[in-house]
Design a protein around this ligand. Structure first.
Ligand code: ZN
Length: 312
């Protein structure tokens, strides 16, 4: 099954200070590796464009969006303790959100592949409506999900986040939503501190947020079993018409930031579990959006494994 690849070299031009783990080499390594193994040529190229202000405003406050533009206007600097802007960052961040939007639009179009991956940076799942957080400028996945609901004929979406960190920003955006269910499996206690099991949504969204916090040292088999059970249960309950993956690979063993002992084989299984529920509920439609993963060469191998498990 073809998997459309949405990527653009301008996202390499987001350059946080030296020694920042979210570095340009991450994306460079992925593209180089996918070219070497033939996947860059094998996968149809998807569209990438900058997200518009209207699209970003579906998730982010006008005041926050203006503050990002202001920092860019000064030539860059910190948005918060962990999140930096360089010249090129504003364009990269807009492209990251726009790539996720276009990946969703492609998967929902009848004449385009039912699977897509947006290879983006900066990542998105920690960004909250009113601010940047944890390397993330815009909430790429949340913006794309809101666009899907607003412009396409889908009413129920499931976001699956297997990044080693809790996807607090995505959770915040959809905590009261009856339309978007959110599953996050993550190391806990760990940054950003949220994602306890008793955070389950509220109001119309009650029961549609599912957190699977796992302590450091959890065996990969236990990780996979808890994730699979949570995923299948939430999918049966929500019956999503589209699944979006917040694809972070920092639970990989030897990741310098996260490290929860997973191997390539585990990411293959985590991905195939999503394919299984997408085939049952969502006509196979999956959009994957890159989040974390901080050892560039391991990350590149994880993305290859993930793409092949999606069908590439
Ligand atoms: Zn992460």
């Amino acid at each position: 099954m073809p998997v459309a690849l949405h990527h653009d070299p301008r996202m390499i031009e987001h350059r946080p200070p030296a020694r920042h783990p979210e570095k340009p080499e991450r994306l460079e390594a992925i593209i180089r590796h996918l070219r070497r193994v033939g996947l860059l040529d094998a996968c149809p190229a998807g569209l990438v464009r900058e997200a518009t202000d209207d699209e970003l405003r579906r998730v982010h406050s006008a005041a926050y969006l203006a503050s990002v533009v202001a920092v860019d206007g000064r030539g860059g600097g910190p948005l918060e303790a962990d999140t930096w802007m360089s010249p090129g960052s504003l364009t990269a961040a807009r492209l990251a959100a726009g790539a996720a939007i276009e990946a969703v639009a492609g998967v929902l179009a009848d004449d385009r592949p039912d699977r897509a991956m947006a290879l983006v940076r900066p990542p998105g799942h920690h960004a909250v409506p009113g601010g940047a957080m944890g390397f993330c400028v815009y909430s790429n996945v949340a913006v794309a999900a809101r666009e899907a609901l607003a412009r396409h004929a889908v009413n129920r979406i499931l976001i699956v986040d297997f990044d080693v960190h809790h996807g607090n920003g995505t959770q915040d955006v959809f905590y009261e939503s009856a339309e978007v269910a959110f599953l996050s499996v993550h190391r806990h206690p760990f940054y950003p501190g949220t994602g306890r099991e008793d955070e389950t949504g509220s109001g119309p969204g009650l029961g549609l947020t599912r957190n699977i916090p796992l302590p450091f040292g959890t065996p990969p088999a236990d990780f996979r079993a808890a994730y699979r059970a949570g995923l299948q249960d939430l999918a049966d309950r929500h019956r999503p018409e589209l699944i979006i993956i917040s694809a972070g690979f920092d639970a990989m063993a030897e990741d310098p930031v996260g490290g929860l002992g997973l191997d390539f084989e585990d990411f293959d299984r985590l991905t195939r579990d999503v394919v299984e529920v997408a085939d049952v509920h969502a006509r196979g439609r999956i959009v994957s959006v890159l989040e974390g993963g901080y050892n560039p060469s391991l990350l590149a191998g994880c993305v290859e494994t993930h793409l092949k498990a999606l069908g590439a």
